[in-house]
Design a protein around this ligand. Structure first.
Ligand SMILES: Cc1ncc(COP(=O)(O)O)c(C=O)c1O
Length: 401
């Protein structure tokens, strides 16, 4: 299924061109669709956003899907519409991007981190249960790298303690858990279409829910708290007055962004299949190295294959993860780190007194993790280059000084 690329042979078998981590696959139909938006003059929220929401509903099987300008905005609005307030506690994982914790503070609530399972890298349900207090109002599980969390246990805990579940589905657009798509499991879910994601709109996000009242609120909060959006105010049905019903935000998605999404969404399966091939090639190629490859996928689930996070066995190799990353960089291979555990960042240490030692599993992963290129855009030669560079960096005897 992959393609061959020619002429990228550098010195000593190394690439001559830098391989950008997370470079998105963009095809001609979405380029033409963006041009069409530009020519039409309808650049901001309009018919293409409505179409993208419709396609997203079909994809996940959810009742309501509301497009926003980022997953971060979607998480923030999810907390708002579900009534999370100052003084409330929201339990989440430290093995995530800053956005997941930051939005909790944006509504004045307190993030409460709990440790992850070392193999799945997802939030540990036992640790959630142990962290519940009378102030706990919500849980934000993150489907890390595209691997669905243990949602049966999380939803059961939430039901028993009357907690809201907001799925951080930034990585997980193709993920399926026990026959249901991620995005239909919790009370709300937020997806990301940032450039490195499985579906890209440049910047962008989508919130899904089954509740009509929340869907209405999401749309209002995303557009200044107006009673009607621009599409309804300025369309050929005639001008309509609006009222400000909340002090809302400016979180709406543009038609220019949705123009990309409405074509990308039709290729999710094809791109996922290509990433699956690359994933298998990496698993096989690294089996004999001092690294830990991602754990097998849990039964009756589909992993969205968003991030291939190699864990460097730093004790056996005798060098730290950053040195391995530098070695790949020197070989013209771009990589990512997902993530430095959130409780190790200065804001969370200074504000909430978090410190190293709090969450041993998250820290173990944080110190060793290195994400390799996994875009559907990679050619077979690109994949071979990544493999060769990882083997050079992680083979103790041939390590360069
Ligand atoms: C787990 C997770 N949550 C949320 C986000 C935020 O997504 P966005 O950039 O669309 O706001 C990201 C972004 O990478 C992420 O990795």
């Amino acid at each position: 299924m992959g393609t061959e690329s020619a002429g990228n042979e550098g010195v000593g078998g190394r690439r001559s061109e830098f391989l950008v981590f997370g470079s998105p696959m963009i095809e001609e139909p979405e380029i033409q669709e963006v041009v069409d938006s530009l020519r039409s003059g309808w650049l901001s929220t309009g018919p293409k956003v409505a179409r993208f929401e419709e396609l997203f509903r079909e994809h996940t099987g959810c009742r309501y899907a509301k497009a926003v300008n980022s997953c971060t905005a979607g998480l923030h609005l999810s907390l708002l519409v579900s009534g999370i307030q100052p003084g409330d506690e929201v339990i989440t994982t430290p093995m995530t991007f800053g956005a997941t914790g930051n939005v909790i503070t944006h509504v004045g609530a307190d993030p409460v981190f709990v440790d992850v399972d070392r193999a799945s890298m997802n939030i540990d349900p036992d640790a959630i249960e142990a962290a519940i207090t009378p102030r706990t109002r919500a849980i934000i599980p993150v489907h890390f790298a595209g691997r669905p969390c243990d949602m049966d246990r999380i939803l059961e805990i939430a039901r028993r303690h009357d907690l809201i579940v907001i799925e951080d589905a930034a990585h997980a657009i193709e993920a399926v858990y026990h026959g249901r798509k991620v995005g239909t499991l919790g009370d709300l879910a937020s997806f990301s279409f940032y450039v490195t994601k499985n579906l890209v709109t440049g910047e962008g996000g989508m919130v899904t829910t089954e509740r009509e009242d929340w869907a209405v609120e999401l749309e209002r909060w995303a557009l200044h708290g107006l009673s009607r959006g621009a599409w309804k105010r300025y369309s050929d049905e005639g001008f309509k007055h609006y009222q400000v019903v909340h002090p809302g935000y400016k979180y709406n998605m543009m038609d220019i962004q949705a123009a990309l999404g409405i074509h990308q969404i039709g290729r999710l399966e094809r791109y996922h299949a290509r990433r699956e091939e690359i994933w298998k090639a990496y698993d096989e190629a690294f089996a004999d190295l001092p690294v830990f490859t991602p754990a097998p996928t849990e039964p009756d689930t589909v992993h969205a294959r968003h991030l291939y996070t190699l864990l460097i066995d730093i004790d056996t190799l005798g060098v730290d993860r950053d040195s391995v990353q530098q070695s790949l960089q020197d070989d013209n291979i771009g990589t990512g780190i997902h993530f430095i555990a959130l409780h190790l960042h200065p804001y969370y240490q200074e504000t909430y007194g978090c410190c190293r030692g709090d969450f041993p599993n998250a820290e173990w992963i944080s110190d060793r993790t290195l994400s390799l290129p996994l875009s559907a855009k990679l050619t077979d030669d690109d994949v071979d280059d990544v493999i060769a560079a990882v083997r050079r960096a992680c083979t103790p005897t041939s390590r360069r000084s």
